[in-house]
Design a protein around this ligand. Sequence first.
Ligand code: 3PG
Ligand code: MG
Length: 360
Amino acid sequence: MNNIKIKKIQDVNVYGKNVIVRVDFNVLLNDEGDVKSTYKINAARDTINYLIEGGANHIGLLTHFGRPDGQVNEKYSIKNMTDDVARIFQQEVTFVPECVGEKVVDALGDDTLSKILLLENVRFHKGEKENTKTFAAQLCAPFDIYVNEAFGVSHRRHASVHAITRCLPSYAGLWLQKELDNLKHIKYEPTHPAAAIIGGSKIDTKIPMIEEFSQKYDTVLVGGKTAVQAKERGMKFGDNVIFPIDFEYNYYDIGLGTIERFCDVIKKAKTIVWNGPMGLIEEEKYKKGTLALIEEIANNGEAFSLIGGGESAQMVDESGLLDKISFVSTGGGAMLAYLGGEEMPAIEALLCKGKDGKCE
Ligand code: 3PG
Ligand code: MG
């Protein structure tokens, strides 16, 4: 995926068209039901403004939220976030209680409604995960153009990012393009010394990234539950893979000695990539290690730094140091898949397949 060319939203005239934009508004809500971090929603802003300025008729925003497993479940209704989305974009937004069929057709034909339509959770339909042609055809039918702005699910072979590209002219949104440009830099053109930091749980998804980066980067720092599990399993990696030398709170955070050692590597690095927190950051008292590393990266004004993964990105947002990080990816699993060299079906579906990779 180094020198790939993909079809871009800038390649098409959107004037008068109904555009369906697959976004990733899979965000955490607080106890009041409001969006905790606006970062992932904000990522779609430029594309939405671009479409409005280009004279698109209606923009249907399509997202998943949670994992309702093909069943309608009010808890995961997109209706709950309509006011947050309107506030974040400072635009009027109309919720449409379906993502396919009559209700969508009617909304698109109604000039009294706002430009932006927020469609119901695509994961209320079984056809989404099963990537069926029939469901994709239903998603496509009322629209003229499809835009993928959901990097976070681009490693999934789901209808709204994969099969849908077979029934509408399909393009990458502005944010998706940024994600790919920045990740490409991390993967193929790192300036040395380069350091990768890997934490969080779900060790099996992290192993390919540890292995990949231990070959390409100078140092790999491993923390969080991943480090604890790797130790328990007696796993062995290259000499440049560094594990914590101490922990705090019964392994729920890395210890002070480790923080110092990891910060020393960060200080000297020219490229830094990070996925997954160092501790159980859902609880305030286990955030210390993760925050200390974020601060050290922010202090290193010379390095190109990229942080991703839902929780890590949220921590950066909370820390107020967002603008000190070169790029914060909206992808968790998607970032790992891309960097670990796995398939990215939704990106492959947007490749320019003309002669010499030309877009046709
Ligand atoms: C995320 O939050 O990481 C993305 O939205 C993907 O969600 P998923 O893991 O449920 O597919
Ligand atoms: Mg709300």
